[in-house]
Design a protein around this ligand. Structure first.
Ligand code: AMP
Length: 583
């Protein structure tokens, strides 16, 4: 017996699932399907994109729909039309063996009259975006008085997009006796409020942080100077010759700009964002699905609901404003068991955000060097040569021209010929990468990362409040030690900081800072553990524990800085050294 059957689904449905290649239920399906089939409780489910949540809520609903009645029994709300269409398409596939079951999808930017006509014919399941759903309720084209199931899919995203009022309006007109199923990747307080206001003792389900894609997605990081962002993007695309993926941008404008630039530079890309009409979006998606375009440049919202399983890459040209959105982005690749790579391009100052994302995905980014021009040219040449080697030439079309061509090229040697043909193909690429130097890692890092075993991490009781910055910190360490040691990660917080330095100098550093003062206050440097403090809470926590400093009468902290912003050392040792230097 199939595993789906064991969960309580009928043969009509399991046959359909077999046809589309669902062999085993995913974790969320295993939990949600029996809960919805057998219980009447509301359900609050933590599930990210790519977990198989669409089937998790729609299969048990389909199983229980009364096809004798044409009344709407289930309403599924989703944040975007793309996602709504995707859900409706999935439901149609799942229910294709069930006679009399009808699903209608309603969303803005498309004829409301057609949707009203479809609804009039009767649809037991309606999938919709909140705005259009409210319009249709107002026009009495959609009646929710017989609703048995309400699904709020990607509830966090619906609230992010400002649909709170619409959700309230929709939920208010549904009967009390119903099962509400809320699916969300995150549970900020707005989502919790919806759960509190509209759900009765909900059962909580979680598919954990794992999704179908999670283990199959590799996360790569390129830390580059801001001005090299586009050049880096180009190199990543150039290096990954067979890439089929999405480049994520933060705004519509940026999306259009990047897409225009890439097109100008000869790449087969197109853009998807909110300024496009529905017809334009559909056209772009058709081209992308049929692989006429290799890369889609998209905003987060526009990319919702894109159900293309074989994406090789997701590139975060810029990190999303809300770091939680990163999981939605990376979840577009590595789907349904295939491998995927999620690439982040970030400047040095964005390292804090990168670290936060690592905590959310529970994985470390693999930091990569931007490929050199030489690497890219070699990769492209290899690919070209392989293509020529494997090319099937239709001789019947070539033979008649061959004699003429060979006569004309007779004087050229084989090497010369190869060189010319390849150069003709690669001239612009060779010229571009000949001009361009290598892209170095951005050194301007607020939170440089290092798990370097050769480094010791130190705590120091000075921070931003003392006008400390990374450059001054390095200066302070060098001055105090009176020699240059390798410095690693520097993390400046409000009232204290951390730095890493070559661990061979640990004792020397500790000794050198003994008795050092700044504006009369003792500077305290202590050994601490690698990469411990990151959070702002940590800042506050240590702040309270460590500072113990008093405000001076002028209201400033007595931080010991001299008038020129330098650091004073008032140890016997330093005085001796100074004297030696002076003499
Ligand atoms: P979803 O989270 O619903 O967007 O699903 C993510 C992807 O996983 C979609 O492409 C689904 O078609 C696919 N999928 C969902 N459930 C299964 C399953 N049990 N077996 C294989 N693929 C699945």
């Amino acid at each position: 017996m199939s595993k789906f059957k064991q969960l309580g689904l009928s043969k009509e449905i399991t046959d359909a699932l077999e046809k589309i290649g669902y062999e085993n239920p995913t974790e969320i399906q295993e939990k949600a399907i029996p809960a919805i089939l057998n219980g009447k409780n509301d359900i609050k489910a933590f599930a990210q994109t790519g977990t198989g949540k669409t089937a998790a809520f729609s299969l048990p609903i389909i199983e229980q729909i009364d096809t004798e009645s044409k009344q709407t029994q289930a309403i599924i709300l989703s944040p975007t039309r793309e996602l709504a269409l995707q859900i409706a398409k999935n439901i149609q596939e799942f229910s294709k063996n069930i006679k009399g079951l009808k699903t209608v999808c309603v969303y803005g930017g498309s004829s409301i009259d057609n949707q009203m006509r479809d609804l009039k014919k009767g649809a037991q399941i309606v999938v919709g975006t909140p705005g259009r759903t409210v319009d249709l309720i107002k026009r009495r084209a959609l009646k929710l008085n017989n609703i048995k199931w309400v699904v709020l899919d990607e509830a966090d995203e619906m609230l992010n997009m400002g649909f709170k009022e619409d959700l309230d309006k929709i939920l208010e007109v549904t009967p009390n006796e119903k099962q509400t199923l809320l699916f969300s990747a995150t549970f900020p307080k707005e989502v919790e409020a919806i759960a509190r206001n509209y759900m009765n003792n909900p059962v909580e389900l979680s598919a954990g942080k794992k999704n179908i894609g999670a283990d199959t997605v590799e996360h790569e990081l390129y830390v580059i100077p801001e001005r090299q962002r586009y050049a880096t993007l180009k190199r990543i695309v150039d290096m990954n010759i067979d890439m089929y993926g999405i480049i994520f941008c933060r705004t519509r404008r940026e999306t259009q700009e990047i897409s225009d630039k890439l097109i100008q530079d000869g790449y087969t890309v197109d853009s998807l964002h909110g300024d496009l009409s529905q017809a334009q979006r559909d056209m772009v998606m058709r081209k992308f699905r049929s692989k006429k375009i290799q890369i889609l440049v998209a905003t987060d919202v526009a990319a919702r609901g894109i159900d293309v399983n074989e994406l090789t890459h997701v590139i975060n040209h810029r990190l999303p404003d809300q770091i939680e959105s990163y999981t939605h982005r990376s979840g577009r690749t590595g789907r349904a068991g295939s491998k995927g790579i999620s690439v982040v391009i970030a400047n040095g100052k964005e390292q804090g955000k990168v670290r936060q994302i690592e905590r959310i995905i529970n994985k470390k980014f693999v930091e990569k060097e931007v490929p050199s021009g030489k690497d890219i040219v070699n990769a492209k040449l290899d690919q070209y040569v392989a293509k020529i080697k494997n090319l099937n030439v239709d001789s019947s079309k070539m033979d008649e021209h061959l004699e003429n061509i060979t006569t004309q090229l007779k004087k050229l040697t084989k090497d010369e010929l190869i060189k010319r043909f390849v150069y003709n193909e690669f001239e612009s690429l060779l010229n571009y990468y000949n001009k361009e130097g290598d892209i170095q890692r951005d050194q301007k890092r607020e939170h440089t990362r290092s798990n370097n075993e050769n480094m010791q991490r130190f705590f120091v009781n000075l921070g931003r409040m003392d006008e400390l910055n990374p450059a001054r910190m390095i200066g302070m360490i060098n001055d105090t030690l009176d020699k240059k040691v390798e410095i690693g990660q520097i993390e400046i917080l409000k009232s204290f900081s951390f730095f890493e330095a070559d661990k061979n100098y640990t004792d020397e550093i500790l000794a050198a800072f003994e008795g050092v003062t700044r504006r009369g206050r003792r500077v305290s440097v202590e050994k601490t553990e690698q990469q411990k403090s990151k959070s702002r809470n940590g800042d506050r926590g240590r702040d309270r524990k460590r500072s113990g400093r008093k405000r001076s009468s002028d209201g400033n902290y007595n931080s010991g800085r001299d008038n020129k912003g330098g650091f004073k050392r008032r140890t016997e040792k330093s005085t001796r050294k100074r004297k030696r230097r002076d003499s």
